[in-house]
Ligand binder design. Structure first.
Ligand SMILES: C[S@@+](CC[C@H](N)C(=O)[O-])C[C@H]1O[C@@H](n2cnc3c(N)ncnc32)[C@H](O)[C@@H]1O
Length: 248
């Protein structure tokens, strides 16, 4: 089994939660908003009523937040059958203009120059094996002047030992490694790509997008486990927001 199949199998197991927690996700979708860090960067664009493509859309709750912030339509792509089916049920129950498509990305099954905003993150970029293909596909599907927005775990995060008292680096991880195996819920056993900030920005720029914003944040977008880790005390980067624009 190669790394891609291993990851897909891990998400197949994790995907049960999309169905099991359907009622909770439906309740969250009714009131969901993006994080303040995200809105600081992307709220003005969303107010213009973009058509959005959400890569690795997962539980789909963010799609309702995107609509609430002004998006007119959202297409969500995810390769997990249970993710797309249960997210579609929630969208239909709420009468939301969201369409989910099962797809292993990249490539994106979307026509050229057909969306205004590609939105992704919160546990998505780490599953992209080929960052250049991901960035090239993003540039292909954006209309001229369209944007890519990413809100994601900082690539330093896998190196943090999540101890409550002390900030320590894990000895078994490297910022410059190609990948590592995820050992937290829900994607336990999946192979995460250890893309650096430099490799992400270089792939985006190489696809012809101009980076307009790159902000690193001390707060994580998600806190695994029960402890409040010392690595979250405000001294280290835990997430980032990136906005890039296609010329035109
Ligand atoms: C952490 S979750 C989703 C993040 C999403 N923003 C959310 O909050 O639910 C990651 C999702 O990526 C999907 N995924 C991972 N690799 C993928 C790939 N190559 N193509 C499509 N979906 C993928 C998984 O099925 C899973 O639903």
């Amino acid at each position: 089994m190669d790394d891609h199949e291993r990851t897909r199998e891990a998400w197949g197991r994790a995907g049960e939660k999309y169905v099991r927690e359907h009622a909770e996700f439906l309740e969250q979708a009714r009131t969901a908003t993006l994080f303040p860090h995200e809105l600081e960067v992307v709220a003005d664009l969303l107010r213009q009523g973009p058509e959005v493509l959400h890569l690795m859309s997962g539980n789909g709750v963010d799609d309702h937040a995107l609509l609430r912030a002004g998006a007119v339509r959202v297409t969500g792509l995810d390769y997990d059958e249970r993710a797309v089916t249960s997210a579609q049920e929630r969208a239909d129950a709420l009468g939301a203009p969201i369409r989910y498509v099962r797809a292993d990305v990249p490539p994106f099954p979307v026509p050229d120059a057909s969306v205004d905003l590609v939105y992704t993150g919160k546990g998505a970029v780490v599953w992209v094996a080929d960052l250049d293909a991901w960035a090239q596909e993003t540039a292909r599907v954006l209309r001229p002047g369209g944007h890519l927005f990413v809100h994601e775990a900082h690539p330093m995060v896998p190196l943090y030992d999540l101890d409550a008292q002390t900030t320590r680096m894990r000895d078994d991880r490297s910022y410059f490694a190609a990948s590592h195996v995820n050992d937290t819920f829900p994607a336990h056993g999946a192979v995460e790509w250890q893309h650096t900030v430099g490799s992400i920005v270089t792939a985006v720029a190489g696809a012809g997008l101009r980076v307009e914003v790159l902000r690193e944040h001390p707060a994580p977008f998600w806190k695994p486990g029960e402890v409040e880790a010392a690595a979250w005390d405000g001294r280290l980067p835990n997430s980032y927001s990136l906005l890039a624009r296609l010329s035109g």
